[in-house]
Write a protein of this length. Sequence first.
Length: 465
Amino acid sequence: MKFKTIIEPFRIKTVERIRLTTEEERREYLHAASYNPFLLKSDQVIIDLLTDSGTSAMSAEQWAGIMRGDESYAGAASWQRMEAAVRDLTGYPYVLPTHQGRAAEHLLYTRIGGKGKIFISNTHFDTTRANIEFSGATAIDCPIPEGRQPDLFHPFKGNLDTQQLLENIEKYGAGNIAAVILTVTNNSGGGQPVSMANAREVSDICKKHGILFILDACRIAENAWFVRHREPGYEEKTYRQIAQEMFALADGCVFSAKKDALVNIGGFLALRDLDLALQCRTVLIVTEGFSTYGGLSGRDMEAIAIGLEEVFDPDYLHYRIKSTAYLADKLHELGVPIMRPAGGHAVYVDAKAFYPHIPPEEYPGQALVCGLYLKGGIRCCEIGSVMFGKYDETGRLIPAAMELVRLAIPRRVYTQSHIDYVVETFSGLLENRQDVAGFRITSEPPFLRHFTARFEPLIPVFETI
Ligand code: F0G
């Protein structure tokens, strides 16, 4: 019998209480947080979809590993297990442990970056761009055009536009391109996958021009699911083999273990080239810790080694991708405008289409984020003009290209009934969406304003939805 129901392929041994707040309470919390959910306290939230990063539930095996963690300063057994797990998966001989993904980015991109250098990616994640620009280099995004059209179906919307890559190589000269970074899946581009054919083409171009090719591989297991199910020729391969084939095309990877290694903290940089690894290792020891722990405890490394195995379990990956698609499909059926098809770790709602009467200057994404919290206690993140908007010389907002809201799904944390509750909250919001007004920013920091900016509803009607 072929079942339609996706069951969670795990039983629950430990639970965390969720406090079921009332709408009146949430109205007060939201007001106190100046309408910025980043400023809410976690016990004020019912379903937390702010990020899939560091929010995974660990398995009994991982918790057992935590007890086995070897906390020796140098050469710990837990480090040996993590190093072996990373080498086996990636095929890269030199592994540098870091406390999270951006530390790995900092080590590598400040070594190879600097003034005049160019980085090209399908889309740089914000910490990636920040590390590159911090070094004085320039980051250029070259996603395929289909990747920028929310409602257009394409199996691999995360692909890099190789024509644009070639044009940039021509324009800047191969010697000035510090690296090409393929982010799999493409987080900032909607969590969309990258095909093996695209990775191979990028690899060939990089080899031909002598350019370093790096994978930002923190969601590579999820990407492997899409390759197996959407790209001809991969039906018989295991998810792990598919990931290994992709690693084999590149010269190294940066990896935030907070995603597909199913842990709450950790990361690594892995490289093929000894010389580059040694340069990065020197900085690692100065900034993170000795090269056999790099800012991690032994127990963290143990849990990473186990998580990197568990994530490739076909039952887990199937449940993971299908349950994200379940949320996307239900929202689509309701008439909620979303990026389609859904990516691996999140569903992105098109807030501009959800609230067409709210102009970008009044932040439709923020209105949706606040509405979801007020109605259902759901916390999520605006990825639009609050996050990426800039001002021109006259102080007018230059809006972001899209006004999205990201519902990121923590791994192994929520059940189908939690997700059904999210869908029901959306149906409540759809009822009186024409009455909802936008927001105005009352204070903001100079950088990364979405984390700490404060807002005010433009008309008090928001207070009564
Ligand atoms: N690269 C990608 C593609 C990411 O999604 C992230 C983090 C990082 C690098 C940085 O890793 O957080 O361990 O330092 N993404 C999180 C998110 C923060 O919510 O999407 P980190």
